[in-house]
Design a protein around this ligand. Structure first.
Ligand code: KDG
Length: 338
């Protein structure tokens, strides 16, 4: 009996040493969740991720460790989404704009002047319409956890003050890689150039583009004031983020761990939006102090931009679906009247 036990234990030991058997994961083994983003460590998006990391590590009693990678260390948004779909990266948090490359219906969120304010955006994104979109992502190999906030987007450029659509004429403006963004700026007479987020600063510095558009917090934290003279607070797009998980890796988690991670993603969404909004005003002040000309449009000037972009929705109806456009507009009207 003893000799048999000794033989079996010796054999097992040899197999383990040769790596031919994977030792059963001990319950205490820590699993790592890697999260990649394009913004830097000062961004409200990264601050939101720190909250997510704190919640997951605390609630899991250390069974999960969350590693954060900012500044596009793991690639730009499209590359990181590809990594999620391949199961080589757990999480990322892109704008909705590049998701349209996977499923055209997401273009509806990038329509100019769609949401009137953040409060209505929150209600629609967290309501049945937004949740229906998140629930469609598993077909793309992605689990949509929650909408976070990139924010209302503002123009910057190095050539002239922009007070009307006509002032955009001929300017080379970097846009996200999204057909609605390209058509919107082309329709106002600009010369739009799609480009990954991480390439913007050097393109502005080398003057291969005249301007770009991002929320003021991004414009300030990326130090665009060093290479841009003008910013116009146009609010031309509202850009949501989608905090997402790789479906391949999600499916390997227990239901209990899935619930824990989802709860933390939703709780940190509320926190991230709050931090994002608190920083916008300070970012505009910072750019003004750094010497940028900040143009605050009058209602009439703002309406001229709305008027100049009002046919965009019709141009893309076939892509995102007339029914989706009608539904989101109805949801916005309802949310605005509450
Ligand atoms: O990871 C953050 C980026 O996805 C986001 O800032 C992208 O707004 C963006 C842009 O202009 O590319």
């Amino acid at each position: 009996m003893k000799s048999t036990f000794k033989m079996v234990s010796t054999t097992l030991g040899l197999l383990l040493a040769a790596g031919l058997m994977i030792a059963p994961a001990s319950a205490a083994e820590t699993r790592t969740i890697k999260v990649g983003i394009g913004l830097n460590e000062q961004s409200p998006q990264y601050t939101g991720l720190l909250k997510f990391k704190e919640l997951v590590e605390k609630e899991s009693g250390g069974r999960f460790k969350v590693d954060l990678f900012a500044n596009a260390q793991l690639g730009d948004d499209t590359k990181m989404m590809t990594s999620l779909r391949a199961g080589t990266l757990e999480m990322t948090c892109p704008s909705t704009a590049p998701i349209a490359g996977l499923d055209k219906k997401w273009m509806v969120f990038d329509l100019p002047f769609l949401f009137p304010n953040e409060e209505v955006a929150d209600k629609v994104l967290d309501g049945p319409f937004g949740q229906k979109y998140l629930e469609s992502l598993p077909s793309q190999g992605i689990i949509g956890m929650a909408f976070w906030e990139n924010g209302f987007r503002q123009l910057t450029n190095s050539v002239r003050e922009i007070k009307s659509p006509a002032d955009l004429k001929g300017l080379k403006i970097r846009t996200m890689e999204n057909p609605v963004h390209l058509a919107t700026f082309r329709g106002m007479g600009a010369n739009p150039t799609p480009m990954p987020f991480s390439e913007i600063f050097s393109a502005l510095q080398q003057k291969t583009i005249d301007g770009q558009e991002n929320p003021s917090t991004t414009n300030f934290l990326q130090k665009y004031y060093e290479v841009q003279k003008y910013t116009t607070l146009s609010n031309h797009f509202y850009s949501p983020f989608v905090f997402m998980y790789s479906k391949r890796l999600w499916d390997r988690l227990s239901a209990e761990d899935q619930a824990l991670i989802l709860k933390a993603a939703k709780e940190s969404a509320v926190y991230q939006r709050q931090v994002n909004r608190e920083t916008m005003g300070k970012a505009v002040d910072g750019m003004e102090k750094a010497g940028m000309t900040v143009t605050r449009l009058t209602p009439e000037q703002h309406n001229a931009f709305v008027e100049a972009t009002k046919t965009i929705a019709q141009q893309f109806e076939a892509d995102f679906g007339a029914d989706n456009l009608k539904t989101i507009r109805d949801e916005i009207a309802k949310a605005g009247n509450k």
